[in-house]
Design a protein around this ligand. Structure first.
Ligand code: ADP
Length: 164
Protein backbone atom coordinates (compact mmCIF):
# COMPACT_ATOMS: atom_id res chain seq x y z
CA UNK A 1 0.00 0.00 0.00
CA UNK A 2 1.41 3.41 -0.97
CA UNK A 3 0.79 6.08 1.61
CA UNK A 4 1.83 9.68 0.91
CA UNK A 5 1.93 12.74 3.11
CA UNK A 6 1.23 16.17 1.61
CA UNK A 7 2.45 18.68 4.20
CA UNK A 8 1.88 22.42 4.30
CA UNK A 9 0.51 25.39 6.20
CA UNK A 10 -2.69 25.65 4.11
CA UNK A 11 -3.42 29.11 5.55
CA UNK A 12 -5.91 29.00 3.80
CA UNK A 13 -6.23 26.01 1.48
CA UNK A 14 -6.38 27.26 -2.13
CA UNK A 15 -7.59 25.70 -5.39
CA UNK A 16 -3.90 25.08 -6.16
CA UNK A 17 -3.55 22.94 -3.01
CA UNK A 18 -6.83 21.15 -3.78
CA UNK A 19 -5.57 20.28 -7.25
CA UNK A 20 -2.42 18.68 -5.79
CA UNK A 21 -4.51 16.75 -3.23
CA UNK A 22 -6.87 15.39 -5.89
CA UNK A 23 -4.07 14.35 -8.22
CA UNK A 24 -2.16 12.69 -5.38
CA UNK A 25 -5.29 10.83 -4.27
CA UNK A 26 -5.58 9.35 -7.78
CA UNK A 27 -2.00 8.04 -7.66
CA UNK A 28 -1.73 6.79 -4.07
CA UNK A 29 -3.70 4.30 -1.99
CA UNK A 30 -3.92 6.72 0.90
CA UNK A 31 -3.04 10.41 1.35
CA UNK A 32 -2.51 12.20 4.64
CA UNK A 33 -2.64 15.98 4.36
CA UNK A 34 -0.40 17.21 7.19
CA UNK A 35 -1.30 20.63 8.53
CA UNK A 36 1.72 22.26 10.10
CA UNK A 37 1.13 23.70 13.55
CA UNK A 38 4.53 25.04 14.59
CA UNK A 39 5.20 27.23 11.60
CA UNK A 40 7.49 30.21 12.03
CA UNK A 41 4.77 32.26 10.33
CA UNK A 42 1.84 33.63 12.36
CA UNK A 43 -1.15 32.04 10.66
CA UNK A 44 -4.44 33.78 9.88
CA UNK A 45 -6.32 30.58 10.76
CA UNK A 46 -5.70 28.36 13.78
CA UNK A 47 -4.57 24.82 13.06
CA UNK A 48 -8.05 23.57 14.09
CA UNK A 49 -9.68 25.90 11.54
CA UNK A 50 -7.28 24.84 8.80
CA UNK A 51 -7.91 21.15 9.53
CA UNK A 52 -11.67 21.79 9.44
CA UNK A 53 -11.45 23.63 6.09
CA UNK A 54 -9.45 20.80 4.56
CA UNK A 55 -11.82 18.15 5.92
CA UNK A 56 -14.78 19.91 4.34
CA UNK A 57 -12.94 20.49 1.06
CA UNK A 58 -11.81 16.87 0.70
CA UNK A 59 -14.89 15.05 2.04
CA UNK A 60 -15.60 13.67 -1.45
CA UNK A 61 -12.21 11.91 -1.56
CA UNK A 62 -12.43 8.71 0.46
CA UNK A 63 -8.68 7.95 0.57
CA UNK A 64 -7.69 11.37 1.98
CA UNK A 65 -7.19 12.02 5.68
CA UNK A 66 -6.41 15.36 7.35
CA UNK A 67 -4.11 15.52 10.39
CA UNK A 68 -2.37 18.34 12.22
CA UNK A 69 1.29 17.87 13.07
CA UNK A 70 4.11 19.43 15.01
CA UNK A 71 7.84 18.88 14.89
CA UNK A 72 9.89 17.11 12.25
CA UNK A 73 8.09 16.19 9.05
CA UNK A 74 9.98 12.89 8.72
CA UNK A 75 8.75 11.82 12.19
CA UNK A 76 5.18 12.62 11.16
CA UNK A 77 5.61 10.69 7.90
CA UNK A 78 6.83 7.62 9.83
CA UNK A 79 3.97 8.01 12.28
CA UNK A 80 1.51 7.94 9.34
CA UNK A 81 3.09 4.71 8.03
CA UNK A 82 3.98 6.61 4.85
CA UNK A 83 7.15 6.64 2.76
CA UNK A 84 6.39 9.40 0.27
CA UNK A 85 6.25 13.17 0.77
CA UNK A 86 4.40 15.15 -1.90
CA UNK A 87 5.15 18.80 -2.59
CA UNK A 88 3.84 21.12 -5.27
CA UNK A 89 6.07 23.20 -7.53
CA UNK A 90 4.69 26.42 -8.95
CA UNK A 91 7.77 28.11 -10.34
CA UNK A 92 11.53 27.95 -10.27
CA UNK A 93 11.45 30.11 -7.13
CA UNK A 94 9.87 27.17 -5.22
CA UNK A 95 12.51 24.76 -6.47
CA UNK A 96 15.62 25.77 -4.53
CA UNK A 97 13.97 25.60 -1.11
CA UNK A 98 12.08 22.41 -1.99
CA UNK A 99 15.24 20.67 -3.19
CA UNK A 100 17.08 21.63 -0.01
CA UNK A 101 14.22 20.29 2.14
CA UNK A 102 14.03 17.07 0.11
CA UNK A 103 17.77 16.44 0.52
CA UNK A 104 17.63 17.24 4.23
CA UNK A 105 14.68 14.92 4.79
CA UNK A 106 16.40 12.17 2.81
CA UNK A 107 19.51 12.38 4.98
CA UNK A 108 17.35 12.19 8.11
CA UNK A 109 15.13 9.42 6.76
CA UNK A 110 16.55 7.52 3.75
CA UNK A 111 13.41 5.37 3.56
CA UNK A 112 11.30 8.41 2.62
CA UNK A 113 11.20 9.87 -0.90
CA UNK A 114 9.93 13.31 -1.88
CA UNK A 115 8.01 13.63 -5.10
CA UNK A 116 7.04 16.90 -6.77
CA UNK A 117 3.90 17.61 -8.71
CA UNK A 118 4.04 20.57 -11.04
CA UNK A 119 1.19 22.96 -10.57
CA UNK A 120 -1.90 22.99 -12.71
CA UNK A 121 -1.27 25.95 -15.05
CA UNK A 122 -4.62 27.46 -14.07
CA UNK A 123 -3.38 27.85 -10.49
CA UNK A 124 0.34 28.38 -11.02
CA UNK A 125 0.19 31.92 -9.66
CA UNK A 126 -2.06 31.17 -6.66
CA UNK A 127 -0.57 31.35 -3.17
CA UNK A 128 -2.09 31.60 0.31
CA UNK A 129 -0.09 34.79 0.88
CA UNK A 130 -1.53 36.55 -2.18
CA UNK A 131 -5.05 35.40 -1.27
CA UNK A 132 -4.72 36.95 2.21
CA UNK A 133 -3.44 40.17 0.71
CA UNK A 134 -6.43 40.38 -1.68
CA UNK A 135 -8.82 39.59 1.20
CA UNK A 136 -7.35 42.39 3.32
CA UNK A 137 -8.44 44.82 0.58
CA UNK A 138 -11.84 43.11 0.30
CA UNK A 139 -11.08 41.82 -3.21
CA UNK A 140 -12.86 39.02 -5.07
CA UNK A 141 -11.46 35.59 -4.12
CA UNK A 142 -13.53 33.28 -6.28
CA UNK A 143 -10.78 32.48 -8.80
CA UNK A 144 -8.48 31.23 -6.04
CA UNK A 145 -10.61 29.59 -3.34
CA UNK A 146 -13.60 27.31 -2.91
CA UNK A 147 -16.61 29.60 -2.17
CA UNK A 148 -16.98 28.32 1.44
CA UNK A 149 -13.30 28.97 2.13
CA UNK A 150 -13.55 32.40 0.47
CA UNK A 151 -16.37 33.31 2.90
CA UNK A 152 -14.28 32.24 5.90
CA UNK A 153 -11.27 34.23 4.68
CA UNK A 154 -13.40 37.33 4.05
CA UNK A 155 -14.92 37.12 7.54
CA UNK A 156 -11.45 36.85 9.13
CA UNK A 157 -10.03 39.63 7.02
CA UNK A 158 -12.98 41.88 7.87
CA UNK A 159 -12.40 41.32 11.60
CA UNK A 160 -8.78 42.36 11.06
CA UNK A 161 -9.85 45.53 9.19
CA UNK A 162 -12.43 46.40 11.90
CA UNK A 163 -9.75 46.14 14.61
CA UNK A 164 -7.50 48.68 12.82
P1 ADP B 1 4.35 25.88 3.02
O1 ADP B 1 4.41 24.38 3.12
O2 ADP B 1 5.59 26.45 2.41
O3 ADP B 1 3.85 26.57 4.24
P2 ADP B 1 1.81 26.00 1.58
O4 ADP B 1 0.97 25.51 2.67
O5 ADP B 1 1.36 27.26 0.91
O6 ADP B 1 3.31 26.21 1.88
O7 ADP B 1 1.90 24.89 0.44
C1 ADP B 1 2.08 23.53 0.66
C2 ADP B 1 2.58 22.89 -0.62
O8 ADP B 1 1.69 23.16 -1.70
C3 ADP B 1 3.96 23.39 -1.09
O9 ADP B 1 4.63 22.28 -1.67
C4 ADP B 1 3.63 24.41 -2.14
O10 ADP B 1 4.67 24.55 -3.10
C5 ADP B 1 2.40 23.76 -2.77
N1 ADP B 1 1.54 24.75 -3.42
C6 ADP B 1 1.07 25.92 -2.91
N2 ADP B 1 0.31 26.58 -3.82
C7 ADP B 1 0.29 25.80 -4.93
C8 ADP B 1 -0.29 25.94 -6.24
N3 ADP B 1 -0.99 27.02 -6.56
N4 ADP B 1 -0.07 24.94 -7.13
C9 ADP B 1 0.68 23.88 -6.79
N5 ADP B 1 1.28 23.69 -5.59
C10 ADP B 1 1.08 24.63 -4.67
Amino acid sequence: MTVAVYPGSFDPVTLGHMDIIERTARMMDHVVVGVLQNSSKTPLFSVEERVEMLKKGTSFLDNVEIRAFNGLLVDFVHDCGANVIVRGLRAITDFEYELQMAHTNRVMAPDIDTIFLTTNLNYSYVSSTIVKEIASFDGNLEAFLHPDIADMVKRKARKGIDRK
